[in-house]
Design a protein around this ligand. Structure first.
Ligand code: TXA
Ligand code: MG
Length: 342
């Protein structure tokens, strides 16, 4: 199912530009998730992102640019691979980690000597970047530890609008069409290295580069968030293989469940308890990813004792989904776990 993005509201974009120019925070739709944007050239504004999210200062934020023309200004010594990947995937859900240029503030990089650059493809984000004429720094627009927002309502619920909330303006550009965060590839070492899985896969990158890309965990430099605990969803969540469901139900003695599973599993449910609430899991990876965070929020809000997610299919397109589910599971069960959402 393809999602229709609403036409850009130019009056709303003009309002967003005014807010950004005076150092304010704008929640901005991108094709992946909503970002919490500040003028990347305004240090005080970027600093206020961290306060709004409750995020530690040493977590770098991504610099969102209009296109590949910004690479030379915002990074230095970018290798040919950077231009090749930008040409193939920008604007789009790919973040390139490069050596930072003198333009990039320490507040953005969290003190690191690298910077993450991404040109988002969402027409509303593009409209803002073009009208502003300079990049915005933006992490996902959730409180630190919560799953990323994929609708304006998620941002409203998580961060809220001033004076009682943390954001000056939420631009509502509809639900995000990709639904999970961008693929991040580090190009600062000898070999390109995947730091975060997204809808652009490792083999997509390898096809364009004509060379191998290292896997995420191969001694990667710290993607800062990955050491942090998180608490989302609040309901304990377990990813269970379909064949193990009956055993899990018996062992867990859960009294009430909210379930995300393929329709045949739901139709044939014979276990006890019967789900308090259930959602049909899409059978293709794009739809699953697009709806994942909204589904987790819905399941979390049911008041069930447990969330059970039946393990999605295997295969490369499903890897970023398995990754996000593992984080949700680890974070919901162990407050001091290594998994995270930042
Ligand atoms: O799809 C996305 O990437 C969304 C939208 C808003 O663009 N943004 C996003 O930002 O997910 P955030 O801050 O929630 O996650 C970015 C991740 C963090 O784990 C951060 O540590 C990592 O990227 N990161 C940013 N700059 C980096 C750098 N220079 N080196 C290594 N990791 C970096
Ligand atoms: Mg995040």
């Amino acid at each position: 199912m393809k999602l229709q993005t609403p036409a850009v509201d130019h009056a709303a974009v003009a309002h967003a530009i005014a807010v950004l120019e005076r150092g304010g925070l704008v929640a901005l739709p991108t094709e992946t998730v909503y970002g919490l944007a500040a003028d990347a050239t305004n240090e005080a504004a970027v600093r206020s992102i961290f306060a709004a999210k409750g995020r530690p200062a040493d977590h770098p934020v991504i610099v969102h640019v209009a296109g590949a023309g910004a690479i030379d200004e915002w990074s230095k010594d970018a290798p040919p691979a950077a231009y090749a990947l930008a040409q193939a995937f920008w604007p789009g859900p790919l973040t390139l980690v490069l050596k930072r240029s003198g333009r990039v503030s320490n507040v953005i990089t969290g003190g690191q000597d690298t910077v993450g650059l991404r040109a988002p493809g969402h027409p509303w984000a593009q409209a803002v970047l073009q009208a502003l004429g300079r990049p915005v720094a933006a992490p996902s627009a959730n409180r630190f530890g919560r799953v990323s927002p994929t609708t304006a309502d998620h941002v409203r619920a998580d961060l809220g609008v001033k004076p009682n909330g943390a954001v000056d303006l939420i631009l509502d550009g509809g639900p995000c069409p990709v639904g999970i965060e961008s693929t991040i590839v580090d190009l600062t070492g000898g070999q390109p290295r995947l730091l975060r899985q997204g809808s652009i896969s490792r083999s997509d990158l390898e096809r364009v580069l004509g060379r191998a890309v290292d896997a995420p965990d191969a001694g990667a430099p710290r993607v800062s968030g990955s050491l942090e605990r998180h608490y989302a969803p609040r309901t304990p969540l377990e990813v269970v293989v379909q064949e193990g469901l009956a055993d899990w139900l018996q062992q867990s003695r859960a009294k009430s469940l909210a379930v995300l599973a393929p329709p045949p599993v739901l139709a044939a449910w014979s276990g006890k308890p019967v789900p308090l609430f259930s959602l049909a899991a899409p059978d293709n990876a794009d739809d699953y990813a697009r709806t994942l965070y909204a589904n987790l929020r819905t399941l979390d809000a049911t008041g069930a004792e447990w969330i059970v997610v039946v393990t999605p299919p295997l295969g490369e397109r499903w890897l970023p989904i398995h990754d996000r589910l593992q984080r949700a599971q680890a974070g919901s069960l162990h407050a001091d776990s290594n998994a995270e959402f930042d």
